[in-house]
Design a protein around this ligand. Structure first.
Ligand code: HSE
Length: 436
């Protein structure tokens, strides 16, 4: 009899999903039990890249999520609405859900998982983070025995592609973005990608699973790559760094914390200088990678295609396979402890001023005696210790000074910058970036 699948959306990922389901030879034998029942599309007239009987297609998406014969709904329409309502309706009708929709899960995950737990159905989302890279299931299962300390990801392919090309060509952000749009690598409206919002959705999801608590999306600090300049990439290169958009979730350990201090997290997205020797530094172009640090395991890194038809569809169908395996073996509808969402509480997120990291800052100053000394003194007054100070050349008849700090509390660093802005010799501070 098998399991009946309803797919919402026949775009890139929907097409890839259908292709795998229609061609199970050589894949896991359980795939033969998964049958596409209906596919919801926006228009019945559009030519399709995958062959499906016309009778299978419908524009009535509600008819799919309420169809008594369908066991699992695959939501691939993206966006917030009607995706959220359709997912909730599918759950209310007792259907398991597989989704690639990071925007819906990061914003409405609490509502969706509460409804799913109540109804005893699964909501799986491997495809929502890292495209084809299996990272959600490993975090829930194989890595679940570890105390996770840190998750750092390059989880947005568009920005990684732009930064890689800026690095290789010495080109500006605007020029590479325009070319990436022309080539179809970047969306016509690139906001979600270049402003870090897509990466923020993804790290909120990863943090929630890694640290076992819900994450409020608006507590995720988010800074995109629009202000990363060719000059900074060139300076980073001279200092043996590359610049990457990192999504980071880690334990926040305040300096005065005792053993009884409740766990706080830092969850943030920002462009970051990464030492060329670091494993994430060599992740280029549209590829994604997620580095997980746990105790006692140490570090593991997942690397692969973060988007694309086949890759993302691979993650979608993996979730379908997991659900089918449970449905085939379980008689009682009890939530599988390794695949369902079991946490209810919200993680405490530390304000970004409390987070500790190294910083890179570029200053344009009058080329007068004592400027470097004044910078050092004002940093020192706020407890900021400098790792290196370099003055390589002149820009617009101003001296260009680049500073890299040791680890410092972000609030102290920002106070020092405010003090430095008051110096008469300081013409501008064009960039401030964090250093991994
Ligand atoms: N827009 C995303 C990216 C792909 O550029 O990585 C889907 O998550």
């Amino acid at each position: 009899m098998g399991f009946q699948i309803g797919i919402l959306g026949l775009g890139t990922v929907g097409t890839g999903t259908a292709r795998i389901l229609l061609d199970p030879a050589g894949r896991h034998p359980l795939l033969r039990e998964l049958q596409i029942s209906r596919v919801g599309v926006r228009s019945l007239d559009k030519p399709r890249a995958v062959e499906l009987p016309a009778s299978m297609l419908t524009t009535d998406l509600e008819a799919i999520v309420t169809d008594a014969d369908i066991d699992i709904v695959v939501e691939l329409i993206g966006g917030l609405e009607p995706a959220r309502s359709l997912i909730l309706q599918a759950i209310a009708n007792g259907k398991h859900v597989v989704t690639a929709n990071k925007a819906v899960i990061s914003r409405f995950g609490d509502e969706i998982y509460a409804a799913a737990n109540e109804k005893g159905v699964y909501v799986m989302l491997e495809a929502a983070v890292g495209g084809g890279i299996p990272v959600i299931q490993p975090l829930k299962q194989a890595l679940g025995v570890n105390r996770i300390k840190r998750v750092i990801g390059i989880v947005n392919g568009t920005t990684n592609y732009i930064l890689t090309r800026m690095q290789a060509e010495g080109a500006s952000f605007a020029d590479v973005l325009a070319d990436a749009q022309r080539l179809g690598y970047a969306e016509a409206d690139p906001t979600a990608d270049v402003d870090g919002l897509d990466a923020a959705d993804k790290i909120a999801i990863l943090a929630s699973i890694a640290f076992g608590g819900r994450i409020k999306l608006d507590s995720v600090y988010c800074e995109g790559i629009r202000n990363v300049s060719a000059a900074d990439i060139a300076y980073a290169e001279k200092l043996d760094f590359v610049i990457k958009l990192l999504a980071i979730a880690q334990e926040d350990i305040p300096e005065d914390s005792g053993s009884g201090t409740p766990q706080q997290l830092q969850v943030k997205v920002h462009p970051t200088l990464v030492a060329k020797t670091h494993p994430l530094a060599s992740i280029n172009d549209v590829y994604n990678a997620i580095l997980v640090e746990g105790e006692p395991l140490g570090q593991v890194m997942f690397f692969g295609p973060g988007a694309g038809e086949g890759a993302t569809a691979s993650a979608v169908v993996a979730d379908l396979l997991n659900i089918a395996a449970i449905l085939q073996t379980e008689t009682e509808p009890i939530p599988h402890p390794l695949l369902s969402c079991t946490h209810q509480h919200y993680c405490a997120i530390a304000p970004v001023e409390e987070s500790v990291s190294r910083f890179y800052a570029r200053f344009l100053t009058q080329d007068t005696p004592g400027v470097v000394g004044s910078l050092g003194t004002l940093f020192g007054d706020r407890g900021v210790s400098l790792e290196s100070v370099v003055q390589i050349g002149m820009r617009d008849r101003l001296a260009e000074i680049v500073v890299v700090t040791h680890d410092v509390r972000e609030g102290n660093f920002q106070q020092a910058l405010a003090d430095i802005r008051q110096l008469e010799a300081i013409a501008d501070i064009p960039s401030v970036l964090r250093v991994l």
